[in-house]
Unconditional design. Structure first.
Length: 261
């Protein structure tokens, strides 16, 4: 897997290209992955993210006033014309990448305040940026082409990160009293999830499974992040289900979708 800075550069270039390819009319289209948002809102969101993460990396922005500053910048970016927003995004993203590249290993380990996660290393913000631009690229592309696949440079890295925390997103009230196993066959990897005692946890790959879903890596990420439901993936043929088909289709109703906002 590429080094984080290399991956950031590759993903940044791909996302910038996605945004630069948009027609002005595309900015008014609704985002499939972010219900209630237009493409304009998604681009404004990741533009603001670039500005905020750069401020954190440079130490010029404090987590203490994160929400206030984020709200101000987001409103400003969302009000731009499509052409101006394209330019703002390209400038902010390029500046962020340049800043991360300039940091020493010690500076990457410096701790900064995040409003949700507390004090974390600057390197963790780098990882957040890679993830948000990879997933939000699909949110933008799918508004133009609903059949779009997630094929971002960082797809593998994002999947690896999300797999680790995915079991924590299951809703206790949804899985209470449930005893069920789900197997995911993704490319050459197999993951088996066991639900018992009101919790979900990864278990041995060859553990018991009531339902199996075979799908590509990008769709696995879209499923885990709540972009495409298991039912929609199965009904569209993007995922092949076996075993208890109803249980397979029900999967998305059991966990909290992570919208990346």
């Amino acid at each position: 897997m590429p080094e984080p800075i290399e991956l950031l550069e590759a993903q940044a270039a791909a996302t910038r290209q996605t945004i630069q390819s948009l027609a002005a009319a595309d900015f008014a289209k609704g985002s499939l992955g972010c219900p209630g948002w237009r493409v304009q809102d998604v681009v404004a969101h990741i533009t603001t993210g670039a500005q905020m993460f750069e401020g954190i990396a440079r130490g010029t922005l404090s987590g203490a006033n994160w929400m206030e500053e984020r709200g101000r910048r987001l409103a400003e970016n969302a009000a731009l014309s499509p052409d101006d927003l394209k330019r703002r995004y390209a400038e902010a993203d390029a500046s962020l990448v340049s800043t991360f590249k300039s940091l020493s290993p010690e500076e990457l380990q410096a701790r900064r305040q995040h409003p949700a996660f507390g004090e974390v290393p600057v390197a963790q913000f780098l990882g957040m940026r890679i993830s948000e631009t990879a997933v939000h690229s699909w949110d933008i592309q799918s508004a133009v082409d609903p059949s779009a696949k997630l094929q971002a440079p960082a797809t593998n890295a994002v999947a690896s990160q999300i797999v680790n925390i995915f079991p924590a997103w299951f809703l206790p009230e949804a899985v209470a009293g449930m005893s069920r196993g789900y197997r995911f066959v993704v490319a050459e990897a197999t993951h088996t999830l066991a639900i018992a005692g009101g919790k979900a946890a990864w278990t041995a790959a060859d553990g018991a499974a009531d339902a199996t879903l075979a799908l590509d890596l990008g769709d696995f990420v879209l499923l885990m992040t709540g972009r495409l439901s298991s039912e929609k993936l199965i009904d569209s043929g993007r995922a092949q289900a076996s075993g208890d088909i109803q249980a397979a289709k029900q999967l998305s109703t059991l966990f909290k979708a992570f919208g990346g906002r």
